[in-house]
Structure formats: C-alpha cells, structure tokens
Design a protein around this ligand. Structure first.
Ligand SMILES: Nc1nc2c(ncn2[C@@H]2O[C@H](COP(=O)(O)OP(=O)(O)OP(=O)(O)O)[C@@H](O)[C@H]2O)c(=O)[nH]1
Ligand SMILES: C[C@H](OP(=O)(O)O)C(=O)O
Length: 215
C-alpha cells in the first residue's frame, strides 16, 4: 500500500540538546543526515515524503511545506489537508527501516503508534487523519492515546527498538554507532571523530577525537 509520510523538520538550529558535543553547523548537518536516513526508509517502504519545515529547505525526493507555526499547529494544519491515511514520522529516527514502516501501515487498527523513550511519540499512522489532532511534547504518547480514545479509534502500540530510538541526547548517539550500519548518520558521526568507549563502570558511552572537536 502507498501512503503519504509527513516528516516535521527543523533545519535551522536543531537538536539543541546535542549542543554539548556538536556546534550549530554540525547539528544542522547531523539533523540533515538523520533526515536522509528517514526519507530513504520511507521511500523504500513505498510511501512518499512531505517535509513540514520551519524554514525554506530543498530535497530532491520530498515535497516541502514551510510552516512557521509551532510543531503541533503545523502538524494539525497538515492533517486537515489529508483525505487518505497518513504517517507522521519524526526526522530523528535514523535507525528506522522500510520493513518497520510497513509494519505500521499494515495495521488492522485505526491507528498505530510508536512511543519514543521518555514519554514521547516517534511515529503515528492514522487511517482517518482529519479526525485526529497532534499533541507533541511532554508525555505525548499518553496524550496521543487519549486523543485516539476521544476519536473512537482502535489502536495498535508498536514495540520496536529501532523505531523507538529517537536521537535527542548525547547518550543516544551510542545507538547509532552500534546499530546504524549503512546509515548516513553513523557515517557522519564516525567522520566527525565519534566512537564508543567504556566508562569506569563498564557502561558504553560516546567519545570524540579531540582533533575533530570544534566547540
Ligand atoms: N515543523 C516543525 N518541526 C519541528 C519543530 N520543532 C521540532 N521539529 C521537528 O520535530 C521532530 C522532533 O523534535 P525534537 O526532537 O524536539 O527536535 P529538535 O527541536 O530539533 O531538538 P531539541 O532542540 O533538542 O529539542 C524533529 O523531526 C524536528 O526536526 C517545529 O517547530 N516545527
Ligand atoms: C516532539 C517530542 O519529541 P521528544 O522531545 O520527546 O524527542 C515528542 O515526542 O512529543
């Protein structure tokens, strides 16, 4: 089945929670390569991509809508335009695969949802998007379940390591370095001097080659 994927994307000064290890130029480049990984998976799954961007942006494989309002307002504007099922997928999920996306769009329920760690929402598939409204930030996963209930939707919650791994904090980079084989995001991190190391308690963490640090 062929569906439309809506990908919110902030190209300017994104991923501020990574400011401790990446400067603004690097965060913008890193956000773009994560987006590339997401678009590649979306396209391979047979879906088309529309980027809902805060600023003007170009991509050869995606339609662009520039919306300057806050995230939820921008998504809710877009949902109102849909006459067919829609996928909302965040741009910071570089481990996602085409098979993962197909798993969502094949749901027999009215809605499929993938939680992010810490209470967030990483992906939503909606058969009737016009009835729904987005409520991202905070414990958005619980909020989206509540909205689904108000809409009378049946819901499938999808448990998936790859889809639940959103990249917000420094610690999340470990997952890309370990599980991101073939991903542009992993290549970017490796070329920027990142690698994994063990801390004194034996936990895996990221480290950066001081010669490639720019902060
Ligand atoms: N259209 C739109 N997309 C947004 C906006 N804010 C964030 N996004 C996108 O929404 C997704 C999830 O956002 P966050 O994880 O908070 O990303 P972020 O705002 O770049 O990161 P932080 O500055 O660390 O909060 C990512 O795909 C972002 O690119 C916004 O105001 N409008
Ligand atoms: C947009 C927000 O992302 P987070 O800040 O949890 O990564 C959410 O999932 O509600």
């Amino acid at each position: 089945m062929y569906f439309h994927a809506l990908i919110p994307f902030k190209p300017v000064n994104p991923k501020t929670r990574l400011s401790c290890i990446l400067n603004q130029e690097e965060r913008e480049a890193f956000a773009r390569v994560m987006l590339e990984d997401v678009i590649a998976a979306v396209q391979k799954s047979g879906c088309s991509a529309t980027l809902l961007c805060t600023h003007p942006f170009k991509h050869e494989n995606a339609l662009i809508a520039v919306r300057t309002e806050p995230l939820n307002d921008a998504i809710n504007w877009a949902l109102g335009q849909f006459h067919c099922p829609a996928l909302i997928i965040m741009a910071d999920l570089p481990l996602v695969t085409a098979g993962d996306i197909q798993r969502l769009i094949r749901t027999e329920k009215d809605m499929a949802i993938v939680p992010g760690r810490g209470g967030g929402t990483n992906i939503i598939f909606l058969k009737k998007p016009r009835c729904f409204h987005a409520d991202y930030y905070g414990a958005s996963f619980l909020d989206h379940l509540r909205v689904a209930e108000e809409c009378g939707f049946s819901v499938e919650v999808i448990d998936s390591f790859r889809m639940s791994t959103d990249v917000d904090e420094k610690e999340d980079l470990v997952e890309i370095l370990i599980h991101g084989k073939g991903r542009k995001s992993r290549e970017y991190l490796e070329n920027s001097g990142f690698s994994i190391a063990l801390d004194e308690k034996g936990r895996v963490r990221v480290q950066r080659d001081p010669h490639k640090e720019t902060l």
